[in-house]
Design a protein around this ligand. Structure first.
Ligand code: NAD
Length: 503
């Protein structure tokens, strides 16, 4: 590495109490996945740093809790304007550290901003329910009170959007937040922290600690942390849910996925193929809502589907994310690239037909980038590991079935239940599918049915541990606790005797 390159490498620390805090902990490199170069050294938070962040959040809580929701919302309005003003910078940071193409990073930011938009409605969202005269001269109402210090732990694949699924709603509900972003692309979260402070958020209400398992363990065991929102892989989600709840915390832990798209014989195949291309290979397949299994109903549909996907894969443009003409960028790290390639090898060994092999892809001038071309497997069967396990890469598996019923039974048997969709022109088939399928988010001719910010996001089965979904109305329930107050003002001129029966 030349001296000039060394000088470009910045150190990434933490954001605590409204300012940057440089940790003295172990360092970990952050890469640009398109070039394979180290772009920053991340300082991993030790227990002391995480405790400092929790203390800052706890100190900020009493005043923030008492700040009227309308004033909290005003911070969000200003934050939203700043996000739009600084969008190019945020999008560039996402692309630099995650690798996704700029247009895709802009989409991620836009979906995050939607949640901020929804959070601006805090005064309306936090309105309680009031009942007058529940008894003689007695009124009763509910209030949603904030929990206190709450934490978010987020994955690498949406370094701006997934944090924004959590903290805007947590904050407008009156909580103070500690975010632990992915150590693989931590940059965008620190820009969000800076903009929140610029929007007038009091110091300590939002904090970022960068780190790995040690930071997470500290959050899980500290009694000052009241609730944890987690998004990431299923094994970690399950473990965080178990430890967090055992420690008396409220936990929502969103996990992995294997999303199936059913292609019915009457589907508009050309449009279904276009939709599948974007949903399977967009963001290099590193989306929890990516379609990784296409279930073709009938061999005729399957043959046509595979042929058309092959044609589209031949023109899929793979390259660095900072070239907006590309469709797909690199995978996140060299380790993840090796893992996904291994799955392709496994699929071949298991006897699936590798119709398109992306392993030979070479991206000019990016020999050290973590690139893999789009891969397509046909004749995949449910016993294969490439069907059962989440690959999280640009690999689409086609499974052939004979009927809609068989397709639905297949999906219902899978351990994950995040998203699914059906391509059909038959309203009755679509309605039956959306009504019965054991999956949390369903699309009808919509390949990525990610709910908008005014709804909530969550899967079924082993894709979600906990009861409440992310963002939307569920976020108000998750980040508040209900208090019910019953009140009367008896006249001092009336003498009342004691009553011993239950009122
Ligand atoms: P990951 O589980 O490896 O990491 C997620 C977070 O947990 C990171 O902040 C990481 O530092 C931390 N972590 C990792 N291992 C840990 C451990 N042993 N103990 C404590 N903390 C740990 O996930 P990832 O690779 O960053 O993200 C990809 C995964 O996230 C995929 O499985 C994807 O499906 C899932 N995901 C799910 C959703 C959803 O809404 N269901 C959304 C996005 C991503």
């Amino acid at each position: 590495m030349t001296k000039q390159q060394q000088l470009k490498i910045s150190e990434i620390g933490h954001w605590i109490g409204g300012t940057v805090v440089n940790g003295s902990g172990e360092k970990q490199p952050v890469y640009n996945p398109a070039t394979g170069e180290v772009v920053a050294q991340l300082s991993l938070a030790d227990k002391a740093i995480v405790e400092q962040a929790i203390a800052a959040a706890e100190a900020a809580f009493p005043a923030w809790r008492d700040t009227p929701p309308s004033k909290r919302a005003q911070v969000m309005f200003r934050f939203k304007a700043l996000l739009e003003q600084h969008s190019e910078r945020i999008v560039a940071a996402i692309t630099q550290q995650h690798g996704k193409v700029l247009h895709d990073a802009a989409g991620e930011l836009a979906r995050g901003i939607e949640v901020v938009d929804f959070a601006c409605g805090a005064p309306q969202l936090l309105k309680g329910e009031h009942s007058k005269n529940v008894g003689p001269g007695i009124d009763s109402w509910n209030e949603q009170q904030p929990l206190g210090v709450v934490a978010g732990i987020t994955p690498f694949n949406f370094p701006a959007m997934v944090p924004m699924w959590m903290f805007p709603m947590a904050i407008v509900c009156g909580n103070c937040f500690v975010l632990k972003p992915s150590e693989r692309d931590p940059g965008p979260a620190l820009i969000l922290a800076e903009l929140l402070t610029a929007a007038g958020l009091p110091d300590g209400v939002f904090n970022v600690v960068n780190g790995d398992r040690e930071a997470v363990e500290t959050l899980l065991h500290d009694p000052r942390v009241q609730a944890i929102s987690f998004v990431g892989s299923t094994p970690v989600a399950e473990s965080i849910y178990r430890t967090g709840t055992a420690n008396g915390k409220r936990v929502q832990a969103l996990g992995g996925a294997k999303n199936h798209a059913v292609v019915m014989p009457d589907a508009d195949l050309d449009n279904a193929v276009s939709a599948l291309m974007g949903a399977a290979y967009g963001s290099c397949g590193e989306r929890c809502m990516a379609i990784s299994v296409a279930v073709a109903v009938g061999d005729e549909v399957a043959d046509q589907l595979v042929a058309k996907l092959k044609q589209q894969l031949a023109v899929l443009k793979v390259g660095p994310g900072n070239d907006n003409s590309n469709d797909m960028g690199p995978l996140i790290t060299a380790e993840h690239l090796a893992k996904v390639r291994k799955y392709v090898d496994i699929g071949v060994a298991e006897g699936a037909e590798l119709t398109v092999d992306g392993r030979g892809l070479k991206v000019p001038e990016h020999a050290k980038g973590f690139f893999l071309g789009g891969c397509l497997f046909d004749k995949v069967t449910p016993d294969m590991r490439i069907y059962k396990e989440e690959i999280f890469g640009p690999v689409l598996c086609v499974v052939r079935v004979h009927s809609q019923q068989e397709a639905m039974e297949l999906i219902d048997r899978h351990e994950y239940g995040n998203g699914t969709c059906i391509f059909t022109r038959d309203g009755e088939a679509a309605r039956y599918f959306s009504d019965r399928i054991k999956v949390g988010m369903v699309g009808v001719n919509v390949p990525l049915p990610v709910p908008v910010a005014s709804h909530s996001f969550g899967g079924w089965k082993r894709s979600l541990f906990g009861d409440l979904y992310a963002y939307g109305p569920d976020a108000v329930r998750f980040y508040t606790r209900r208090k019910t107050i019953t009140q009367r003002w008896p006249s001092s001129s009336v003498r009342e005797g004691a009553k011993f029966s239950f009122p």
